[in-house]
Ligand binder design. Structure first.
Ligand SMILES: Cc1cc2nc3c(=O)[nH]c(=O)nc-3n(C[C@H](O)[C@H](O)[C@H](O)COP(=O)(O)OP(=O)(O)OC[C@H]3O[C@@H](n4cnc5c(N)ncnc54)[C@H](O)[C@@H]3O)c2cc1C
Length: 459
């Protein structure tokens, strides 16, 4: 393993993860660091930050995939951006092991580490889930989901067997949190638009199912709004099963805890997140949910006190919620917190770098939430102010269009929306993205045309 330890000329602030927290923290650091004061290094397996709140709209085709991701290099001039995975954190000796996808692993040292590696899907060990379900945390999943659903519609339009067609057009979503509901409703909307274009299909052929273990959906909104969302979904013909578990989906045969069984070609898993498992093998303190434990000033803290040079926030940290509104006393894992924690984190790391001992405390009282439920439909809760329908949908778009980092992406996202509103929704899938050489290989192995015998010129 190549060793890049002790190779730096100035202190290194290493950010593990260039997602929402990592990108915005790095931007704040770069803005405030003096010339030559420190090197900011951002490591992420993706060369871009994914704006996850847009994944449902990418899956629905309202936003182009590349417009929902923010390129790290372009938006972090002056930073060292490494496209690779951190596979091990050794804080006692202050170095990480970095593994590029197609190159040798190496060690990289640092003075301060910021853990911004986010969360991963919390997948339960239910038979068939690992083999058959898809999550919605990455842009690639959103793209694949869109193409898969719309391809199933196209395939179903040619199916004569009722059972086969029903299976192709049954879409099961597990998890009724914000992400699951947004994904389900956006995709239901686009599938219905697609189905309308096929003479051989009707709305009755399509079945969308939500399976939620709790007795309500969307814990982020009040009870009344959550009840309205369920009614709204049922009015749209979506089967909403509350207090119900997915028990098995082996071979895409669904078994629910209410005794119902059916086949479904699409299973989307959106039943919550857990802290990035990379932290489990690090030598940093974590809680029983795998999150790095931090103080309100975002310094990592274990049983023996503050861990010098280690910082964390976002989805991979248990950040105390000083507003008193969090679950179990901690900030819930959402973008609203991550983006606000970033400037506090940057300011405190800078203070530590400069030898200061006073640190800012992170305090944010949740303003509320907005969610899109498909075109022109939404739900929102701002304190006691509850909004439903078109206005909530507009609020959702206005907020997230503004919140996606970089002017370039904001313009592109609004451009997408305006063009789609004028030109209409695109319901066409791209096919064979996973086998792009298929046609070329077929052409290369196809039979040559039979050679015609040449007739003599003056026969
Ligand atoms: C579908 C969906 C919809 C959502 N909608 C909303 C919403 O409407 N409002 C809201 O507030 N929140 C929403 N969220 C949640 C929000 O996106 C997250 O809370 C937020 O992105 C957390 O920021 P983060 O920086 O902690 O993690 P992330 O943004 O997930 O960033 C983590 C980064 O770490 C990188 N990484 C992972 N492992 C490694 C490794 N080993 N080495 C190096 N890098 C690594 C990842 O590639 C990623 O770039 C949504 C999430 C999803 C999935």
């Amino acid at each position: 393993m190549a060793l890049i330890r002790n190779s730096k000329l100035r202190p290194r602030i290493l950010i593990v993860g260039g997602g929402y927290l990592g990108l915005v923290t790095a931007q704040n650091l770069l803005k405030n660091l003096g010339r030559g004061e420190a090197t900011v290094t951002v490591i992420d397996p993706n060369p871009y930050m994914t704006y996850q709140p847009f994944l449902p709209e990418v899956a629905a085709g309202s936003i182009e995939p590349r417009h929902a991701v923010v390129p790290l290099r372009r938006n972090l001039p002056g930073a060292e951006v490494i496209t690779a995975k951190v596979t091990s954190i050794n804080h006692a000796d202050k170095y990480v092991v970095v593994e590029p996808e197609n190159d040798e692993a190496f060690e990289l040292d640092y003075d301060h580490i910021i853990l911004a590696s986010g969360s991963v899907a919390r997948v339960l060990p239910i038979p068939g889930v690992k083999e058959n379900a898809i999550g919605l945390k990455r842009i690639e999943e959103a793209v694949a989901l869109r193409d898969h659903l719309l391809t199933r519609v196209a395939d179903a339009s040619l199916m004569e067997d009722d059972e086969e067609r029903r299976k192709a057009l049954t879409f099961v979503f597990v998890g009724g949190g914000f992400a699951g509901i947004e994904a389900l409703t956006e995709l239901e909307d686009v599938v219905r638009s697609a189905v309308a274009q096929y003479e051989t299909l009707t709305d009755a052929d399509v079945r969308f199912v939500l399976v939620e273990a709790m007795d309500r959906v969307m814990p982020e909104v009040g009870e009344a709004q959550a009840r309205w969302v369920v009614e709204h979904m049922r009015e749209r013909g979506i089967d909403v099963y509350l207090e119900t578990f997915l028990e098995d989906c082996t071979d895409k045969h669904i078994k629910l805890s209410n005794g119902e069984e059916f086949d479904a070609d699409t299973i989307v898993w959106s039943a919550g997140v857990k802290a990035n498992p990379i932290l489990i093998d690090s030598d940093l303190p974590i809680d029983e949910r795998g999150r790095v434990t931090v103080r309100a000033d975002l310094r990592v803290e274990g049983e023996d006190g503050v861990v010098d040079g280690a910082w964390a926030a976002g989805d991979n940290a248990a950040v105390p919620d000083l507003s008193g509104g969090g679950v179990g006393g901690y900030c819930v894992p959402n973008a609203q917190h991550a983006v606000r924690q970033a400037p506090v984190l940057a300011a405190n790391v800078l203070a530590a770098l400069r030898g200061e001992t006073e640190f800012k405390q992170y305090f944010h009282k949740t303003i509320g939430s907005v969610a899109g439920l498909g075109l022109y439909k939404g739900v929102s809760q701002m304190g006691d102010f509850e909004v439903r329908g078109v206005l909530a949908w507009l609020m959702h778009r206005a907020y997230h269009g503004y919140a996606i980092p970089s002017l370039d992406r904001k313009v592109k996202v609004f451009g997408n929306w305006i063009l789609n509103a004028v030109l209409g929704r695109d319901t066409m899938p791209l096919v064979d993205l996973d086998v792009p050489r298929k046609n070329f290989v077929e052409a290369a192995t196809s039979k040559p045309a039979p050679q015609k015998k040449k007739e003599p010129a003056n026969a």
